[in-house]
Design a protein around this ligand. Sequence first.
Ligand SMILES: Cc1ncc(COP(=O)(O)O)c(C=O)c1O
Ligand SMILES: [Zn+2]
Length: 421
Amino acid sequence: MNYKTHFNGFRCFRCGAEQKADFSGYVCPACGGNLEVVYEWPRVRPVPDWWKEVARRNVFRYAALMPVSRLDLVPPLRVGLTPLVDAPRLGELAGLKNLRIKDDGQNPSASFKDRAGAVALARAREIGASVVCGASTGNAGSSMACLAASVGMPCVIFVPEAAPAAKIAQLLTFGARVLAVKGTYDDAFDLCMDVCAKRGWFNRNTGYNPFTREGKKTVAFEIVDELGHVPDWVAVPVGDGNIISGVWKGFRDLKDAGITDKLPKLLCAQSEASNAIALAFDKVRAAGGTPDWKSVEVAPVQATTVADSISVDIPRDGLAAVRAVWESGGRAVQVPDAEILAAIPEIARHSGVFAEPAAACAWGGLKRAAAAGIVGADEEVVLMCTGNGLKDIASARKAAGEPIPVECNADAAMAATEGVA
Ligand SMILES: Cc1ncc(COP(=O)(O)O)c(C=O)c1O
Ligand SMILES: [Zn+2]
């Protein structure tokens, strides 16, 4: 079954060099920069509803805006179509009158990464790959393992040995070959690159593989589909920078295709203890004028944050992320780890959404941005929850306190329930 895709090639984020759609590499052959997928959109105006197939119950509903031509090869799981939850009580805490949470913890492997994995896997199958492989702080890998299992594709994942237990459990349960690397995510990434090249496996590594961004962008389509318009702000937790560059790509594609006429501002939320992209963005902003992207560097940091999913020394999609925030007219904020942990129960208790630490960072960042007047009280904001809180229960327990021990008798239970209401 062939699908009419408008996929038309690749363009380098750094030097702008273009490649045709049959290019079989991963990064720019001219400068080594990351590539973005480009399209040639139909010029029909006004735009009919060709961009969404409402009957399809996953991200491939938007296949007309994606680089897939074989819908028979896409994974069968319900990736995407996650809830956009009204969160007025949470918004009130920051003086925001119009806040919603896009709860991507409700994806099949419980993180946003399923969007990326679904498209990467579809691409791998279209080009006849025998194995999919990747390095991950945990979520991208457990997602790839989950999706690969859904179609019977062999999967090899490199994770830092300190990845949270739930993520390792997912990887193993879905049947991936799991290599727990004695080192950081960055070490796992480099090792994976080496082994993938030697074995000729399909490499889904974040930033390096241009197709992950094409999956991540689908969240923008869903937000517009559900709201009926583009919000003022989207708040995104950032590590490698691929999610935020994907969110931006989605809104840009919608505008380029003539489906919308507005773009949102992006709020880049990073941990203070893993802040390479925020530092690079602030430098570009301070320099003023139009940046020369060829000379913008995202300098490595020594990441130590408790939010494992965004603990990144060398952001693998840093330039694309800085460009996204800058082009959107958005801002970068840094959040102390104590505020990230405190955000977990705060979000949960005021919205019913359970976020893992990395995802909670977006709320910490949004609160800071609202307090600083960057995000206005009346502006419409979508807060991305990128990973489910069950992914890291140790951090949630640290922030949420302890249960009340009671003897098994009514007097003790009555005493322990004083003052509830
Ligand atoms: C839950 C969660 N939030 C945020 C991120 C950050 O995404 P990126 O590394 O693309 O910036 C990740 C990436 O692993 C993640 O798993
Ligand atoms: Zn280039």
